[in-house]
Design a protein around this ligand. Structure first.
Ligand code: HEM
Length: 182
């Protein structure tokens, strides 16, 4: 049933999916804010506490993204309205697929790198299994990949947001209403 606030009939996606989407977006903002702050602080008590929060929120983000993927794979969602060119549909799908992939890979890499450097990874105080044996060199390499992929993730998020903003302000096709918060 088309929504009145969406001029071209872009009805909102189901509420559960929208909530999971905005929860992952908020957690992602927190991840970068925490990471850039503890990197800027360097070794310190506050820095170590922020690394702990970064790990906890990153693992929560992993749980949210897995819930999103399970939801997507078990439910049918309304296709985007017709009239959007094939190249744009393809690009949007490719960016969304890559975002899902990185949102799963980044937390696993952070967890594996932390374990390899000998740290006990805790999620909100709860110790988690060591998913790799201690190996400092491997840990350093995994952290390098974690840091590089963070920039790739940021670039993909920028493309994703640019696409949404373009539809909202240039095409004015109400597509953004599919993901509205309330
Ligand atoms: C999508 C989720 C995540 C994002 C976007 C993310 C992002 C980042 C970024 C941007 C940095 C700074 C990299 C640099 O400047 O070199 C960083 C560092 C770090 N991340 Fe994550 N991270 C995520 C998940 C995790 C998880 C789940 C863990 C651990 C369980 C983790 C552990 C760490 C640690 C320990 C560092 C510091 C590495 C160092 O010593 O240089 N991250 N992360």
């Amino acid at each position: 049933m088309p929504d009145a606030s969406a001029p071209n009939g872009a009805a909102p996606l189901p509420l559960a999916l929208r909530r999971l989407h905005w929860a992952s977006a908020a957690l992602l903002v927190a991840m970068f804010a925490l990471a850039w702050t503890f990197e800027a602080l360097g070794p310190s008590d506050l820095g170590a506490a922020l690394v702990d929060w970064h790990r906890s929120f990153g693992l929560l983000l992993l749980a949210v993204v897995i819930a999103r993927l399970v939801w997507r794979l078990t439910h049918k969602v309304e296709p985007i309205p017709p009239g959007i060119p094939a190249w744009e549909r393809w690009l949007a799908a490719a960016v969304q697929g890559a975002l899902y992939l990185l949102l799963v890979a980044m937390p696993l890499l952070g967890w594996a790198a932390s374990a390899a450097t000998g740290d006990v990874v805790r999620a909100f105080g709860l110790p988690l299994p060591e998913i790799l044996p201690m190996d400092e060199d491997l840990g350093d390499r995994l952290f390098q990949i974690h840091g590089t992929l963070a920039w790739v993730l940021l670039a993909l998020v920028a493309l994703h947001v640019a696409g949404a903003v373009r539809h909202h302000f240039v095409h004015r096709d109400g597509l953004l209403a599919r993901m509205r918060i309330g």
